[in-house]
Design a binder for this molecule. Structure first.
Ligand code: FES
Length: 106
């Protein structure tokens, strides 16, 4: 499952992720800068904040319970397409997913 992380300066990092892994885990495992994932995916830190590309909003699904509150605690501005990347699991439907990363996570 391909995922493209677009950094704040416009550079892109494309990685191969495993189905079932989260967008956060995939970034951390492959040293993609811009996603920290401090809490390990427990929805407790908001250092995995990302902006889902408009084309992928439907496929990525809705925010989960509690996600919004956590996003509010993060360093970056919350936008309508803000998600915690630890709450997005890769599936074949997300092959080619594009997420944009905020300037800072903490
Ligand atoms: Fe901590 Fe996503 S990794 S909220």
């Amino acid at each position: 499952v391909k995922v493209t992380y677009v950094h704040h300066d416009g550079t892109r990092t494309e990685v191969d992720g495993k189905e079932g892994d989260t967008v956060m885990h995939t970034a951390v495992a492959q040293d993609v800068e811009g996603i920290v994932g401090e809490c390990g995916g427990a929805m407790m830190c908001a250092t995995c904040h990302c902006y889902v590309d408009d084309e992928w909003l439907d496929a990525a699904g809705e925010r989960r319970d509690g996600e919004e509150d956590m996003l509010d605690c993060g360093a970056a501005e919350v936008k309508p397409n803000s998600r915690l990347s630890c709450q997005i699991r890769l599936s074949p439907a997300l092959d080619g997913l594009v997420v944009h990363l905020p300037e800072e996570q903490m």
